[in-house]
Design a protein around this ligand. Structure first.
Ligand code: GAL
Ligand code: CA
Length: 347
């Protein structure tokens, strides 16, 4: 009975709002008249540590706004399980069920055009995040957005963590004293902008600081801790204690490297990651991880939510989301080392 009444009240409210668009439905609290907003989100892989934190912060942001604006926001989050075909089907479902906006963490960022075609045909805006579509795709429609972080910035910060350690005490990094850093590089998924560009800028930063480097090995571990641990175990067998630095495109893989060193029972070299996930911050605190770079999952989730909310309520995100540069949001990073890890843990 009560539910029935609420539905009628909601229908009436939206009818009022529709009529109001002619007479001006733009009071100070227009949101109070909305019945329900439906946001669909699809994740490339739900068990990815960083992506899971983005998801959790997104749900929190939606709940907070629901309470603050007295609207019903329904968020449907689906796991594409690393399969672009599954993700395309999920997008089809959202579009055919009349979602107001879709948020897409693509499995294959170069395959965005298929999803863009579908969204354009349904006239439902799309916010891509974390896995950046190529700019040709982004330019196809003015209802496409991207939220992420600049991989050249995180790469430079990761490089600078090692530059700072080296400058403070070269022998602590360059253990064989040849004034070159022997390193290995654990890379994220091939084709991911954060893998290629972070790798490039990390090394460029060392070279720009006149630190000479010697690459012993590099390989992908697809962002994953277990894969990184297996790769590092092989490198330890091959190079032993000649590895002076393990660079890793993300924290999970850096933690995998630490696992391998612990299993091999040899002293840890300098190991650096990116993301500042909770277990990585613990590792910085206990000294096994020399540093990481905060990839602001909360800030990114909030930006995705704010853009989605604006689009779903008929507003221009450019007016409500100050971080937007055109249709892009680039969330800034921050370096995290033993010196400021307590602040990062407290955030
Ligand atoms: C990166 C992040 C990785 C992984 C990847 C997934 O930005 O650093 O840990 O989550 O995104 O696309
Ligand atoms: Ca050396």
């Amino acid at each position: 009975m009560k539910r029935h009444w609420m539905l009628r009240a909601a229908a009436l409210a939206s009818a009022l709002c529709l009529m109001g668009t002619i007479g001006g439905c733009t009071g100070s609290k227009p949101d109070a008249k909305l019945t329900q907003i439906k946001i669909g989100m699809t994740l490339y892989k739900q068990d990815d540590t960083f992506i899971a934190t983005v998801r959790d912060h997104f749900v929190e942001a939606a709940k907070a706004r629901e309470a603050a604006d007295n609207v019903k926001i329904s968020v449907n989050i689906m796991d594409a399980k690393g399969n672009q075909g599954i993700q395309n089907d999920q997008v089809d479902k959202f579009l055919s069920q009349g979602y107001d906006v879709i948020c897409v963490n693509e499995v294959d960022r170069t395959a965005a055009s298929v999803i863009i075609d579908k969204a354009m045909a349904a006239d439902i805006p799309a916010i891509f995040f974390n896995r950046e579509p190529v700019s040709e795709d982004m330019q196809r429609w003015d209802k496409l957005y991207y939220v992420g972080s600049d991989p050249s910035e995180s790469g430079m910060m990761q490089g600078n963590i090692v530059v700072n350690l080296y400058d403070a005490d070269p022998d602590a990094v360059d253990r064989n004293g040849d004034r070159k850093i022997q390193y290995v590089m654990l890379e994220g998924e091939p084709g991911h902008q954060d893998a290629a560009i972070r790798t490039e800028y990390t090394i460029k930063t060392l070279l720009a600081s006149n630190i000479r480097v010697d690459k012993l090995a590099n390989d992908t571990a697809n962002w994953q801790r277990a894969q990184a641990s297996a790769k590092t175990a092989l490198w330890i067998e091959e190079f032993g204690d000649a590895i002076e630095v393990v660079f890793s495109n993300n924290d999970d893989m850096a933690l995998g490297a630490i696992d391998a060193y612990r299993a091999a029972e040899i002293p840890l070299p300098v190991i650096v990651g990116i993301d500042a996930t909770p277990p990585a911050l613990e590792a910085v605190r206990n000294g096994t991880l020399a540093g990481t770079v905060l990839n602001d999952s909360k800030g990114q989730a909030q930006a995705i939510f704010e853009i989605a909310y604006a689009l779903a309520t008929g507003k221009d995100p450019a007016e409500t989301v100050p971080q937007l540069e055109g249709r892009y949001v680039w969330m800034p990073h921050r370096m995290v080392t033993i010196e400021n890890v307590e602040d990062a843990l407290a955030d």
